[in-house]
Design a protein around this ligand. Structure first.
Ligand SMILES: Nc1ncnc2c1ncn2[C@@H]1O[C@H](COP(=O)(O)OP(=O)(O)OP(=O)(O)O)[C@@H](O)[C@H]1O
Ligand SMILES: [Mg+2]
Length: 232
């Protein structure tokens, strides 16, 4: 689904990602784990062409993000770490429609997709609400709805459970899991919580912009997590 080949990325003179070659398999539930500042978000932003490699390349469905940004944007949805920034319009239903409006769809088609997704997530009652009056968990659902409405093949969730209470954490993780199991959607979960690895079948471990592990979860040894400073 996604391949990176010898990917390097820099902010100014700082090398943030170094020689990253990984594959995210179609239909997999892949967790990208690493300490704060290890480069998780920066790496994931390459998957839907929000960032471009300084060297190397990223292939989405076989096509380089440098050659076709739109392909990457359509195939890979992104639920941001600070998902509140993702909500651009005040009214919930307008907000969910936002991404679709950029896809050259007719108004009727957009309305139908928005209604469908509201129903599926059991949030039809929130359609006319002002986004600013919603709870954190509800806001997150709206951000997710906006991404799901675009029907991507793959979704990146960047630390989706930060700021949520235990109940909402469980519910969002359950939803992510069912997107993978029921709808065969490729899931990329960015986290620094070891406990979140229980849902994943493939793991990528980052340390200071370097991939120190990328394989099936069954092959992951605790020494790797220790090296990535994910243990005390
Ligand atoms: N816009 C930017 N300009 C300069 N440096 C940046 C920028 N964004 C991120 N960085 C730096 O790049 C490095 C990797 O950041 P990134 O956000 O990818 O880490 P992360 O693993 O997602 O961390 P966290 O767990 O805190 O979200 C950090 O050292 C960070 O300070
Ligand atoms: Mg991050």
């Amino acid at each position: 689904m996604i391949k990176t080949k010898n990917l390097y990325f820099k902010y100014e003179e700082d090398i943030i990602l170094k020689n990253i070659s990984i594959e995210i398999k179609e239909g997999s539930f892949t967790a990208i784990i690493g300490a704060n500042g290890s480069g998780k978000t920066t790496l994931a932003k390459h998957f839907n062409a929000l960032l471009m490699p300084a060297k190397g390349e990223v292939l989405v469905g076989g096509t380089s993000t440098k050659k076709d940004e739109l392909n990457a944007r359509k195939k890979v949805g992104f639920v941001f770490q600070n998902f509140e920034d993702q909500l651009v319009y005040p009214v919930v239903e307008e907000d969910i429609a936002f991404g679709l409006e950029n896809m050259e769809l007719g108004n009727e088609e957009i309305k139908k997709s928005v209604d469908e997704i509201l129903k599926e997530l059991n949030i039809t009652h929130l359609a006319k609400r002002n986004v600013n009056t919603l709870s954190m968990g509800q806001k997150q659902l709206i951000a997710l709805a906006g991404v799901l409405a675009m029907k991507p093949k793959c979704i990146v969730f960047d630390e989706p459970t930060t700021n949520l209470d235990e109940k909402n954490k469980k519910s969002i993780m359950g939803m992510i899991r069912s997107l993978n199991k029921k709808y065969r959607m490729t899931i990329i979960l960015i986290t620094n919580v070891l406990n979140d690895l229980r849902y994943a079948d493939e793991i990528v471990v980052l340390k200071n912009g370097i991939v120190i592990f990328s394989d099936k979860k069954s092959k992951l040894e605790s020494s790797v997590l220790k090296e990535a400073r994910l243990y005390d």
